[in-house]
Design a protein around this ligand. Structure first.
Ligand SMILES: [Zn+2]
Length: 174
């Protein structure tokens, strides 16, 4: 029996809120960011071709995104090295997410195009969503979206050590 749909009221904040100009996934990688901003940006590791961060508008606790560095919307536009690196990072992130959260299952996938449900269709990203039987028992029901930043920071601090062994750039001082 599958779980009921995940209730995530803070998603409304995203859907109805003001969107920043430009691509948020590119903004995280801009010259004025980097390791000293990883925690604030919810970034776990940045590699040559791809990086991992927490979704700021999660469907479940510790919802991860694995994102190729280049601003591209089609899988076929990735070079073989970029594609391979991204998919390897998806696999490595999935293992680490399971270990860090004791997730009983995972949803892994990409929404290609707005019509498929992509919030940011212009920059490829893979979702990794941990699942537990009775999800709502694990994820506290956060009716007040203003507490989300603290909640996300807790998730980041829990996951961070699990990504420390991966090659790439990590936060300066977790
Ligand atoms: Zn982008």
């Amino acid at each position: 029996m599958s779980n009921p749909p995940i209730w995530a009221p803070w998603r409304m904040d995203y859907i109805t809120g003001k969107k920043p100009d430009g691509c948020v996934f590119c903004a995280i990688q801009s010259d004025d960011r980097g390791p000293s901003h990883h925690r604030e940006d919810l970034v776990l590791v940045v590699q040559e071709h791809a990086f991992v961060c927490l979704n700021r508008y999660p469907f479940a606790a510790s919802h991860l995104l694995v994102i190729p560095r280049r601003h591209l919307s089609n899988l076929s536009d990735l070079t073989e090295a970029e594609y391979t690196s991204t998919m390897l990072l998806v696999r490595q992130s999935a293992e680490r997410l399971k270990a860090a959260t004791n997730a009983e299952g995972l949803n892994i996938g990409m929404n290609l195009g707005k019509v498929a449900g992509a919030g940011i269709a212009e920059h490829l990203h893979a979702h990794i969503v941990p699942r537990w039987s009775g999800d709502s028992n694990f994820m506290p029901v956060i009716a007040d979206v203003r507490v989300m930043p603290e909640y996300l920071d807790d998730s980041w601090r829990r996951l961070y050590p699990y990504f420390a062994d991966l090659p790439g750039s990590h936060a300066d001082a977790p």
